[in-house]
Design a protein around this ligand. Structure first.
Ligand code: ATP
Length: 235
């Protein structure tokens, strides 16, 4: 579904991504793990068009989208949930969800999808009239994910959904990610929480200072000595 070929990204003189190659097949959860500053967010932002590639290609279902604008990529059903959530705090939960469907005109289907989001995240249904800024961190994360789903993405790009959440909530969010995937949405998940990410991912890539250094199935990487030492706190 998504192929990234020899992708390079610079911020001025900083070479943030170095010949990154990565594939996400239809129906998969693929995770990109790595330390702070390794280039995870840059990878997602370049896929969704918020950062420009210096060179390389991003291919979505056979179409080269490397030079498309961010909104054109949304039209092509690529949807990113940014790090730090970025919901609209003054607007209600429902209004935030409706905004996620801004490119769509199918009112009845939009209503159905809002109900689907409330099924996935019952707490959002309970709080639909509440202003989003008053939600807890976990609820805001759920709202950001729900909003992204409202564009009916083919591929959902998740940037550190576990950030700042209590362990119990982290588990809940990861269960929901599995759930979203099982209903047909392909997922690229960026995480510092390697343990949780590897536990739900079909395949994984490890990025260090802008380069992919390892890849394999979620299970293979969780067993790898290198990963144990560097990312899972093993000896
Ligand atoms: P984090 O977990 O902190 O989000 P990350 O793996 O997502 O880390 P990136 O945010 O992609 O890493 O950063 C990769 C590199 O690019 C880092 O060296 C970072 O300092 C640099 N960088 C990121 N954004 C910018 C920017 N806007 N301007 C300059 N350098 C940047």
């Amino acid at each position: 579904m998504l192929q990234i070929k020899n992708l390079n990204v610079h911020y001025g003189v900083i070479h943030a991504l170095k010949d990154v190659n990565l594939t996400v097949n239809k129906g998969e959860i693929v995770t990109l793990i790595g330390a702070n500053g390794a280039g995870k967010t840059t990878t997602l932002r370049t896929i969704s068009g918020l950062n420009k590639a210096t060179s390389g290609d991003i291919i979505l279902e056979g179409t080269n989208i490397t030079n498309l604008l961010a909104h054109q990529r949304v039209e092509m059903k690529v949807s990113q949930v940014p790090e730090g959530r970025r919901i609209f705090p003054e607007m209600s939960v429902l209004e935030n969800l409706e905004l996620g469907a801004f490119l769509r005109k199918d009112k009845n289907e939009i209503k159905k999808d809002i109900d689907h989001v409330y099924d996935l995240f019952p707490i959002l249904g309970k709080r639909k009239k509440q202003t989003a800024g008053t939600l807890s961190g976990g609820e805001q994360q759920m709202l950001a994910m729900g909003r992204a789903l409202m564009s009916r993405p083919k591929i959902l790009l998740l940037d550190e959904p576990s950030m700042g959440l209590a362990p119990l909530l982290v588990r809940e969010i990861f269960e929901i990610i599995k759930n979203i995937n099982s209903t047909g949405t392909t997922i690229l998940l960026v995480e510092q929480n390697a343990r949780m990410a590897l536990s739900i991912a079909h395949r994984a890539y490890v990025i260090e200072t802008g380069s992919i250094v390892l890849s394999g199935t979620g299970e293979e990487l969780s067993k790898s000595d290198e990963i144990q030492k560097a990312y899972l706190g093993g000896e």
